[in-house]
Design a protein around this ligand. Structure first.
Ligand SMILES: O=C(O)CC[C@@H](O)C(=O)O
Ligand SMILES: [Zn+2]
Length: 507
């Protein structure tokens, strides 16, 4: 093993690099010319007067230049709406009063958390009123004994993590955007992240939630029991609904004991067969202390080191893997990892690598993985695919698309949550190029559909992926999803233009 190089740059929060991102932003309605504004009311002085009567001045933002721009543009700076009003309620009751009014007055709403989404789900498309949860950021209760934590939806994930650590608890999810994303947005998008392999997804970790329905009714599903089989589990509908069925205002989470021993290793491998073998043996030998198993290909590592000036301790491998263990007995965990590495190194599966000796090094190694997305956004236009595929075929799609794109001057990166079968395929070109797009799509979606994968593993459908739902859902499933939407939001005021493809006359 080579010794770890001293990595100089720490992890920055997602939003701090926004100024380095390309300046390409135009109104969503211009980018998507076929989109039609729904038949919603326009904002009038009367409407504004109502909102000002129920909220205080700092909760109602209308200054386009100084206040609204950040709420109108997504993190990727590729989707921009033209909302003229941002409402920032502080309580579930205020959310209820807003929705009740909007439903009666036919005003469209775009619920927004930390606005770190990657599919244009959290920004308005036209002039929807933005309902920001950012002032609802309180941690309501933490119970170390049961691990149950109740939190308001606008609480930033990193803040929640810090509070939990004081009680020796840990969140069941973690993601690169944790410095900005909010737990309500995580729940609304069923965010996956880097520890899903260990703790499963939010459908399992969310014990309960409060949601405000489109008509202003407050639906109290704030269950805190681990077991509750009293009929339909309605909260599940809101997890991953992307703000289209209701606005989540409070969440009860099952948290986990904070692991006292964490090990992070970064390894270089010469073939994808060796990557699969490393995953197989890691699962078998590490068992439940395996908390992350991430893949980074050469192109991704080149991008993150170049664009963000990070240093990698090892270079020039076609594949890199980041393995993490999280347990409660440092000696035992180290023994397990070392004996695994001995096998993998002795039989040539892993060629080189490094183990972090402290948390600063672990953080730097994680930066090489977690900041790829940020680095890609510095390169130009990003064609972004977040797919679930059978693990054996994880890298096949990247190979196939490279062959299909031939010698074009592009970067094609494959990385992601290998342990979960979640590939992030990203292709960048200097400028947006529709001819290139036609070479990539629908090829990627057809490929994933044929493998019975998912065209959105963890980022959701939002606006950008809504036309591809049919590659992963049957017509019958889509029909019933539309029925559910109609039932909860008959006037379609909640995040219109998201998730569902535009309805055709035959639907
Ligand atoms: O930008 C992407 O493609 C992935 C973002 C995120 O899900 C990650 O795993 O880093
Ligand atoms: Zn991811």
């Amino acid at each position: 093993m080579s010794a770890i190089n001293k990595l100089s740059v720490g992890i920055r929060k997602f939003h701090t690099t926004a100024s380095r991102l390309r300046k390409y932003v135009e109104l969503t309605a211009v980018r998507y010319p076929l989109l039609k504004r729904g038949n919603f009311s326009f904002l009038s002085d009367r409407h504004l007067g109502f909102f000002q009567s129920i909220l205080s001045a700092h909760q109602v933002l209308t200054d386009e230049l100084n206040d609204l721009s950040g709420y109108n543009v997504d993190w990727m700076r590729s989707v921009r709406g033209s909302s003229r009003l941002v409402l920032r309620p502080k309580t579930t009751e205020e959310v209820a009063a807003i929705l009740q009014y909007c439903n009666v007055q036919n005003i469209a709403i775009c619920p927004q958390g930390g606005n770190t989404g990657l599919v244009g789900g959290s920004v308005p498309v036209f002039d929807e009123v933005v309902l920001s949860l950012e002032l609802m950021d309180e941690v309501i209760s933490v119970d170390e004994l049961s691990g149950v934590t109740i939190v308001q939806a606008g609480c930033v994930l990193e803040k929640l993590e810090t509070v939990l650590h004081l009680s020796n608890l840990a969140l069941p999810l973690d993601l690169g955007a944790k410095g900005s994303c909010q737990i309500g947005g995580n729940v609304a998008t069923n965010a996956g992240g880097i520890r899903l392999l260990r703790y499963g997804n939010l459908h399992g970790s969310v014990l309960g939630l409060t949601a405000v329905l489109a008509n202003g009714q407050i639906m109290d599903c704030l269950n805190t029991n681990k077991k509750d089989n009293t009929g339909y589990d309605l909260k599940q509908l809101f997890i991953g609904s992307e703000g289209t069925l209701g606005v989540v205002t409070q969440v009860a989470l099952q948290c986990q004991p904070k692991p006292s021993s964490v090990q992070v290793g970064f390894f270089g491998l010469n073939s994808f067969e060796n990557v699969l073998e490393t995953l197989r043996l890691s699962k078998r030998n590490l068992g439940e202390i395996l908390s992350s198993c991430e893949l980074i290909d050469q192109s991704s590592l080149e991008c993150v080191t170049k664009q963000l000036e990070l240093r990698s301790p090892i270079n020039n491998f076609p594949f890199y893997m980041l393995l993490e263990t999280a347990g409660s007995n440092a000696g035992h965990d180290a023994e397990k990892l070392n004996s695994l590495l001995e096998i993998l190194i002795n039989n040539g599966t892993i060629v080189d690598g490094t183990l972090a000796v402290d948390s600063a090094q672990a953080k730097n190694l994680w930066g090489l993985r977690e900041r790829i997305s940020e680095a890609l956004a510095c390169e130009g236009y990003v064609y972004k695919y977040d797919v679930s595929v059978p693990i054996r075929q994880f890298y096949q799609l990247v190979d196939d698309i490279r062959i299909r794109l031939g010698n074009l001057p592009i970067r094609c990166c494959g990385y992601g949550h290998l342990g979960d079968g979640n590939l992030h395929l990203n292709i960048t070109s200097h400028e947006y190029n529709p001819i290139l797009l036609n070479r990539i799509e629908p090829f990627v979606y057809d490929w994933v559909g044929q493998e019975r994968g998912s065209v959105s593993a963890e980022h959701g459908l939002g606006l950008k992926k809504r036309d591809y739902m049919e590659y992963s859902k049957s017509p019958t499933a889509i029909h019933w999803m539309r029925r559910v939407k109609k039932l909860f939001d008959p006037n379609n005021i909640l995040n219109p233009y998201k998730i569902f493809p535009e309805q055709s006359s035959t639907d």
